[in-house]
Design a protein around this ligand. Structure first.
Ligand SMILES: [Zn+2]
Length: 338
């Protein structure tokens, strides 16, 4: 099935200035985060006049239930990926449309009809796919350009992964129109490898950065929206999920762990791209060894078993060979190139 959630996507240097007009006479409730919100408030003081709930940081059922819309006609989400995921749950449960103002360029949550839901203890629970109406995603360049660079950098890695994971699942082309559209969009995501990924380039917000931000926030989300199971996550995200079970990796951002997962995935495929990917990840200062991620040799069997569990859940086109996976991961313990 082809699924998209967003009616309008407005990325401009003055995108916030059109919010009042979009709201019109409707009553509003705001779900706001703590980090990016002050920038939005400074640019658009009128947002303070709406009833609001401050997000507590995790997308859980309890958190979604806590947001009381009190009859509001529309919900506005101002924040990062977990906040946006929570807002989608709230909007669906209350039958209201959603307007999203991302404060980070790190994920495609604003563009996907699904939420990743955690349990109260912080462990992963499930992801829900649903029909949510996102009226507009408001990407104000003034907000994004002043957001933390590291999140953007990790978001770019996660978006480049769309290409490799879609190719892992569906190859280079498909006779299914949705999957083929997803593959075409994923090839655009791959081009982010060629852009200058530095904090200076990010802050100056030139053409290349705009192109990358659009892919992180929107096009990357549309890849899975078009291709469904044919272009969603594969081994790289399974490795991410497995790594996340180790305490030392909690210091690393999502995209950093996915980047390491890409090295595992492409090595499994015997892909020619491994060396290029590794060089790129090193250039952008992402971890490329288990040592850098804080894992010791002793922990390798646990990691391999966790990756096997995760990939079994994913129902990949072909099951992964345990011994081969173990050799690949052992080879990624320390870089032989340093
Ligand atoms: Zn991801």
């Amino acid at each position: 099935m082809i699924r998209q959630a967003v009616l309008e996507y407005d990325h401009a240097a003055d995108a916030l200035d059109r919010l009042d007009e979009l709201i019109g006479a409707r009553s509003v409730h705001v779900l706001r985060g703590q980090n990016g919100y002050p920038t939005v408030e400074r640019l658009l003081p009128s947002i303070q006049t709406y009833p609001a709930t401050t997000f507590r940081g995790e997308c859980t059922d309890r958190e979604a239930d806590r947001v009381d819309l009190d009859g509001a006609d529309v919900l506005i989400a101002v924040g990062g990926g977990k906040l946006v995921d929570t807002a989608k749950l709230v909007a669906v449960r209350n039958g209201v449309p959603l307007i999203v103002i991302p404060t980070l360029a790190s994920n495609c949550a604003a563009f996907t009809p699904l939420s990743v839901v955690y349990r109260d203890d912080g462990s992963y629970d499930r992801y829900d796919v649903f029909r949510v109406v996102i009226e507009r995603v408001i990407v104000d360049a003034r907000v994004i350009a002043s957001s933390p660079y590291d999140y953007y950098r990790a978001g770019v890695i996660d978006t480049v992964a769309k290409f490799y994971e879609a190719r892992y699942l569906s190859g280079d082309a498909s006779t299914d129109a949705g999957v083929d559209a997803g593959l075409a969009l994923s090839k655009q995501c791959h081009r982010l490898l060629e852009l200058e990924l530095t904090e200076t380039a990010f802050r100056s917000y030139g053409e290349g950065t705009r192109y990358a931000v659009d892919h992180v926030l929107a096009i990357g989300g549309a890849v899975g929206g078009f291709g469904d199971a044919g272009t969603r996550v594969a081994v790289a995200h399974a490795v991410h999920n497995a790594l996340s079970q180790f305490e030392t990796t909690h210091l690393f951002l999502h995209g950093d762990k996915v980047g390491f997962g890409l090295l595992v995935q492409e090595s499994l495929r015997g892909s020619e791209d491994v060396a290029r990917l590794r060089a790129w990840l090193e250039t952008v200062e992402a971890p490329t060894t288990l040592e850098a991620l804080g894992l010791s040799t002793d922990e390798i069997p646990f990691l391999v078993a966790a990756v096997m569990r995760e990939t079994t859940l994913q129902q990949l086109p072909e099951p992964i060979d345990y011994d081969y996976l173990k050799i690949i991961i052992e080879n990624l313990q320390k870089s032989i190139y340093k």
